[in-house]
Design a protein around this ligand. Structure first.
Ligand code: GDP
Length: 446
């Protein structure tokens, strides 16, 4: 899921790398590309239009900050808008003040309701709740049996009409189950209702009757994310016919394009609360709009890094360094190098910072081996130099190097290595600076 969208967005952002600032034409071109990417992912047209308008307006607006380069700024805006259309804040279950809390599931047949009932029950049980699963799906021949199997696998109690015992009235079963939960001290009741292959009036009426009978604290609309735009239409039909408080997306493990996920919260005005991503009971999670957005952007924790860069960014210092690197305002010396390293360090432990960069997965071993002490050593070496030496490392001859090594408690080879590294880094940073500064200090080209 989201693979194509991810690739497309990544290509769009890549096109912005190295740009010093964004012109209106750049922003329009970027907006156009994002628009195509979203439409290809089967996102609802109205949602796409709103999304693009917001991104374009914000990108052209005054919020462009000195801490981020244009590519990072656009990523940040797109991310925030994605979080917004996915529902903003994570919405958790509301529990009744007086138990039992009643959760009712509604949706089409095959959406994954019964499976979800088991997942939800297991998840609640793990948090110390004592859920009761109720089979109010008497339409499908196997539904009752399926629910009891799921309940047993989840290790939770269930209630279902016994054959010959007034079978046929799901509303009555649902109503009875509340009394049973009270007697047997179940603090949550999960009512699974019947689905049909398509939306029909009778089904809606039955769901509405069950809802009226059990007065649920939460009605969850369960929908298969693989059905794309149909998910949005079905959601609208259920919103009108039954009404619901939250959405559960199932089959997110499938290879759908993701349009349903990206449209449904905005179109229905109801939050996505849970996500199902497999057939096993453990394949289930609370839905976090922010995490889903960063997954779509495929940025790992790049976004966290962007946030931290913004927080710790020192505009004046960065402008000074940029000026030096681009040949205005004196030479970029070891003192500036140290300042830049310290700026990067303020963002957190180095191993963590590098771990958050895209592509970090492939460098896991090297990242684990980054030695924080190494940075302390570099700092000690630079601080053992005179201001003149820091400004002009070219004058560092043999005797100066041994003095510095002694002063910093290191070896001459350490000093040599640092000086070599500095010249390398300066070359790279100069190249970066002439393209994309102000950017993050010493960051490999984002
Ligand atoms: P219901 O008719 O709404 O109760 O749907 P079911 O719970 O019976 O699920 C229908 C089918 O979808 C079953 O074969 C489930 O195993 C499968 N299913 C449910 N949730 C998921 C999911 O998140 N991922 C995948 N791959 N399959 C699922």
């Amino acid at each position: 899921m989201f693979d194509t969208l991810q690739d497309r967005l990544a290509a769009t952002f890549k096109g912005l790398r190295g740009k010093g600032r964004l012109t209106d034409a750049d922003i329009d071109a970027t907006a156009r590309e994002i628009r195509i990417a979203l439409l290809e992912a089967d996102v609802n047209l109205a949602v796409v239009k709103e999304f693009i308008a917001a991104v374009r307006e914000r990108a052209k607006g005054a919020e462009l900050s000195g801490a981020l380069n244009p590519s990072q700024q656009v990523i940040k805006i797109v991310n925030e808008e994605l979080v917004d259309i996915l529902g903003g804040q994570t919405r958790t279950l509301r529990f009744a003040k007086r138990p039992p809390t009643v959760i009712m599931l509604a949706g089409l047949q095959g959406a994954g309701k019964t499976t979800l009932a088991g997942k939800l029950a297991k998840w609640l049980a793990e948090q110390g709740h004592t859920p009761l699963l109720v089979a109010a799906d008497l339409q499908r021949p196997n539904a009752v049996q399926q629910l009891t199997v799921v309940a047993e696998r989840a290790g939770v109690a269930w209630y279902a009409p016994q054959p010959g015992n007034g079978v046929g009235d799901p509303v009555a079963v649902a109503r009875e189950s509340i009394g049973i939960a009270e007697t047997k001290q179940h603090d949550v009741v999960i009512v699974d209702t019947a689905g049909r292959l398509g939306v029909d009036a009778e089904l809606m009426q039955q769901a509405a009757d069950i809802k009226a009978a059990v007065n649920p604290d939460e009605v969850l609309f369960v929908v298969d994310a693989m059905i794309g735009q149909d998910a949005v239409n079905t959601a609208n039909a259920f919103a009108e016919g039954v009404g619901f408080d939250g959405v559960v997306l199932t089959k997110l493990d499938g290879d759908a394009r993701g349009g349903a996920a990206l449209s449904i919260a905005r179109v229905t005005g109801r939050p996505i609360m849970f996500a199902s991503n497999g057939e096993k009971l453990a394949d289930f999670d609370v839905f976090h709009p922010d995490r889903m957005a960063s997954r779509i952007l495929g940025m790992g924790d790049m976004l966290t890094l962007i946030e931290q860069a913004e927080k710790t960014f020192d505009a004046e210092q960065s402008a000074k360094a940029a000026a030096k690197l681009t040949g205005r305002g004196g030479e970029f010396g070891l003192g500036d190098f140290l300042d830049q390293m310290k700026a990067v360090r303020r963002m957190g432990p180095l191993s963590k910072i590098f771990g958050m960069l895209p592509g970090a997965g492939a460098m896991k071993d090297q990242i684990a081996n980054i030695d924080e002490k190494e940075i302390d050593r570099l700092e000690a070496i630079i601080l053992s130099m005179t201001p003149t030496e820091r400004d002009n490392p070219k004058i560092l001859d043999g005797s100066r190097r041994s003095r510095i090594a002694k002063g910093s408690g290191t070896k001459v080879s350490d000093v040599n290595q640092l000086v070599d590294r500095f010249f390398e880094a300066r070359k790279m940073m100069t190249a970066l600076a002439s393209g994309s500064m102000p950017g993050m200090p010493g960051m490999p080209g984002m």
